[in-house]
Write a protein that binds this ligand. Structure first.
Ligand SMILES: Cc1cc2nc3c(=O)[nH]c(=O)nc-3n(C[C@H](O)[C@H](O)[C@H](O)COP(=O)(O)OP(=O)(O)OC[C@H]3O[C@@H](n4cnc5c(N)ncnc54)[C@H](O)[C@@H]3O)c2cc1C
Length: 321
């Protein structure tokens, strides 16, 4: 077994950014892994999407034509297992996205492969593949090898690997996959766009964000008022959204929004999980307030304090009111 199989991801007929990023990750270890680099493109018109992943380093694009562009994890699973059976790759790269997570582990189980999720560094020790991911609540980075595994399936974090810029000259080969066993098991009903919102985390230059440290929904209004008072956009961590305390557009992080234009990020009671850091760790000035001196947010903070956030908020309210 040799070679790398990248699974391209698309949404409603448009290639997602993670697809060329996966190609970039594959190219970075291709020489050590050996064998060809194949990209699997699945959809109603996969030929139309092939150009977006026909990048330098790709040897072959396998196109799997399906009745619809709507994502179905069972169809992806069948297609990847079929492609794996044909090309016998030693590494299968999938996006660590809602879609990738829906079939990545199942594919690994079907192939009897090694598996690691949310990988953010791909390297090698000689010709052995090394995948780096977080562990123990993001307190350590763990390097994983896969000794004795003929195949390894990895889901790779988005916006982390660099996509090649130069177009490639891959051959394009159709792959016929029998989906009769899974076709119709699930039915696509509709695709819903997120409701419009006047909050735009991606454009905000100053964000005041709250996390689970605020303890109770009833405490929310005072932080919202403080954000308003100091001219900050009101952001939050995911548990605040998951609890229904704030709508989704306020969420900063991997499954929320990236604070792309933010200069100042004020984090109150946020631990700094890797998924939250994904959306804000690049910000020039980060001020973190957390009673736990070991909280990972302090690894990225410009300024930090372990003072109780409620005491600090009392003082800020006195100052600004
Ligand atoms: C696939 C996936 C995607 C995800 N996407 C996101 C995402 O987009 N955004 C995101 O935020 N999370 C995301 N998460 C969740 C993430 O892993 C964490 O669970 C989440 O970020 C934790 O939120 P938190 O920091 O508010 O809560 P906690 O981790 O519970 O941290 C609360 C912090 O508050 C501090 N604290 C408590 N009381 C006080 C006080 N009185 N004063 C000061 N500090 C106090 C505590 O010390 C603690 O560090 C995702 C997870 C997964 C698996």
């Amino acid at each position: 077994m040799a070679g790398i199989l990248v699974v391209a991801e698309q949404l409603d007929g448009a290639l997602r950014d993670i697809s060329p990023e996966l190609v970039g990750a594959a190219v970075s270890v291709k020489d050590q892994i050996g064998g060809p680099l194949q990209v699997l493109v699945i959809g109603a018109d996969p030929q139309a999407l092939a150009a977006g992943v026909n990048l330098e380093g790709v040897d072959e694009i396998l196109t799997v034509e399906m009745p619809s562009d709507h994502f179905d994890p069972l169809i992806y699973e069948e297609a990847i297992v079929a492609a794996g059976g044909q090309g016998k790759p030693s590494v299968v790269l999938v996006g660590h996205t809602a879609s990738g997570m829906a079939y990545g582990a199942a594919v690994a189980a079907r192939l009897g492969s090694g598996f690691a999720s949310d990988v953010f560094i791909l390297g090698h020790d000689g010709d052995e593949l090394i995948a780096t991911r977080s562990a123990y609540g993001n307190k350590v980075e763990m390097e994983m090898g896969f000794t004795g595994k003929g195949v390894v399936v990895l889901t790779l974090r988005g916006a982390t690997f660099i996509a090649p810029e130069t177009p490639g000259s891959a051959t394009i080969s159709p792959l016929v996959v029998d989906i009769s066993a899974v076709e119709g098991v699930s039915t696509h009903l509709e695709y819903q766009e997120a409701p419009p919102s006047d909050i735009d985390i991606t454009k905000a230059d100053f964000i005041l964000s709250v996390g689970r440290g605020i303890q109770d929904k009833d405490n929310l209004p005072r932080f919202e008022a403080l954000a308003d008072k100091v001219g900050a956009t009101f952001g939050c961590s995911r548990p605040i959204v998951d609890s229904g305390w704030l709508p989704k557009p306020h969420q900063v992080g991997q499954s929320g929004k990236v604070a792309s234009n933010c200069q100042l990020y004020f984090a109150l009671g946020i631990s700094g999980a890797v998924q939250h850091l994904f959306g804000m760790k690049h910000v020039d000035t980060i001020i973190a307030v957390n009673t736990d001196p070991e909280a990972p947010i302090f690894n990225v903070a410009t300024y930090g304090t372990t003072v109780d956030l409620f005491e600090l908020t009392d003082a800020l309210e006195r100052h600004f009111n």
